[in-house]
Design a protein around this ligand. Structure first.
Ligand SMILES: Cc1ncc(COP(=O)(O)O)c(C=O)c1O
Length: 491
């Protein structure tokens, strides 16, 4: 790019058209005879004192000067174009219901009922509800787990390749980049593989937005030539909670289809607070993103090094990339294996909160994870390190015994959509052998569902769920929180 062209791109990116229009709107002090009813906070005294006048004044509905997300042709359109330019996409869409809605939109706009989609078994629950909504047939890919830490990592190229061989006419491949714990597969090879089989590639980048701004973090969906990606800007890039992006760069999926899909499900009253936050977060990333994310990575490296000097703790990272499905690692996810302290991740999470006023992002039986982002300082990280040092010094170190191996993936008897719409009844888990599950049983760890809707329950599955319960694993997905009962298909 020439110096002049670069200058123009920087000038363009140094604006926030939607956020600026919103500010101008409140300066004009328009008399509002429109929803929302609070009318710039004038009708809601306590609420306005609580949030502050500016927030209430900015909470407006669409009108010509601030555009309309359903049919953008002014400042929202401009803001979305700038976002697409920055992330290397052809189109970008603002999402006001998180990456969850982006995953639904990717699946529904690409898949027709009966189409096949390959997806990792450890996909987020929105991918499973996307299967119900789209009527697609899942081809689940096996996820590797790391036996040292007892956690699910990611899918290998071989595992995806064997899925394509099993299901040659597959419409799409769904990939998580990176997983919650920071593991990334070899995205470029997976995309090349999908192209050989004529499949589109849909990527869940809920945890990967910041990776667009650092060359040593895992390579991103748009850089690698994926068709679509859903990115939680709120998780790693500084916009408000619930605001995400849908990025599109595809020959197979038209932008019109994506817009139609988004408009089918999203609110017709999109929050301007969320959208303006996306616009400002994008501007900040464009202007300072590389420096900011560099500082984040350096802070994470510093923390990892210090924590790895504490006896009984292990903050795992890049070293896991050799000889495994893990191609690269997002170092900003500070995942720490704690079981050698003789405590679970849940216990360490509770102690950090109660004794040191520190809240981590995630805890499971074996691991806690602290997210390092643009909002962290050296002092914050030092507090975490000091707290972990104290906790470790007072612990009795123990060897770690891992939960036994997960049984083979069960047979899919009916597709998730049919399971969802079938009659279901609750039966005792012990009596459910050979029944078709109406629910998912998800366990943390390892973060992989043991059974999904539409699959046949086997004796091995029940035995494994009982083992997970004995180990106090965190089980989710069933109506019965104790998983003594499970919903199965039938009257
Ligand atoms: C892997 C993954 N995908 C998707 C999502 C959904 O993202 P959002 O909370 O932005 O809807 C999450 C949320 O935690 C996630 O962990």
């Amino acid at each position: 790019m020439s110096q002049n062209a670069k200058q123009t791109a920087a000038d363009r990116q140094n604006r926030a058209p939607l956020a600026e229009a919103l500010l101008q709107h409140i300066r004009e002090d328009v008399t509002p005879f429109h929803v929302p009813a609070h009318k710039h906070g004038k009708g809601t005294d306590e609420l306005t004192r609580y949030f502050g006048q500016q927030v209430m004044s900015m909470d407006i509905n669409s009108m010509s000067d601030v555009d309309d997300l359903a049919n953008p042709n002014a400042v929202i359109d401009e803001a979305q174009r700038l976002t697409a330019e920055l992330f290397g996409a052809q189109y970008a869409h603002f999402l006001i219901n998180g990456t969850t809605s982006g995953i639904h939109a990717m699946m529904i706009s690409r898949l027709r009922p009966g189409d096949r989609i390959i997806l990792p078994r450890n996909a987020h629950k929105s991918a499973f509800s996307g299967l119900v909504a789209s009527g697609a047939v899942p081809v689940y890919a096996r996820v590797e787990d790391n036996t040292d830490f007892g956690i699910a990592t990611t899918v290998s190229v071989d595992s995806i390749s064997s899925c394509f061989e099993r299901a040659p006419q597959t419409a799409a491949l769904f990939i998580i980049n990176p997983t919650y714990y920071g593991f990334a597969s070899d995205l470029q090879r997976l995309i090349a593989l999908a192209r050989e089989w004529d499949a589109s590639v849909l990527v869940d980048e809920a945890h990967g937005g910041h990776m667009y701004f650092h060359d040593e973090l895992p390579v991103t969906a748009m850089q690698s030539g994926a068709d679509m990606s859903a990115v939680s800007m709120h998780k790693t890039c500084g916009s408000l909670t619930q605001s995400s992006l849908l990025l599109l760069n595809s020959k197979a999926i038209s932008n019109e289809k994506v817009i139609n899909t988004l408009n089918m499900f999203r609110s017709t009253s999109a929050s301007y607070l969320l959208m303006a936050s996306l616009d400002l977060a994008r501007k900040q990333l464009a202007m300072e993103g590389r420096e900011r994310i560099k500082a984040v990575v350096e802070l994470a490296r510093y923390a990892r090094e210090k924590i790895n000097q504490i006896e009984g703790l292990h903050a795992f990272g890049q070293e896991l990339t050799s000889n495994s499905a893990i191609h690269s690692f997002d170092e900003t996810k500070l995942s720490i294996f704690v079981r050698k302290l003789g405590a679970t991740g849940f216990e360490i999470e509770r102690r950090l909160r109660q004794e040191y006023n520190i809240q981590v992002e995630l805890a499971d039986l074996n691991v806690i994870m602290a997210m390092i982002t643009i909002g962290d300082t050296q002092a914050d990280v030092d507090r975490l390190i000091a707290a972990l040092e104290k906790i470790a010094s007072r612990s009795r170190k123990q060897n770690f015994t891992r939960v036994s191996q997960m049984p083979d993936m069960p047979d899919l008897i009916v597709i998730p959509r049919d399971a969802f719409y079938s009659h279901q009844k609750s039966v005792a888990l012990e009596d459910s052998v050979n029944e078709i599950s109406g629910e998912m049983v998800m366990s943390y760890p390892p973060g992989i569902p043991v059974i999904c809707p539409g699959e046949r329950i086997t004796r091995d599955i029940i035995d494994y769920i009982n083992i997970l319960k004995e180990h106090n694993c965190h089980l989710q997905g069933t109506a019965d929180p104790f998983v003594n009962n499970i919903r199965v298909l039938g009257f």
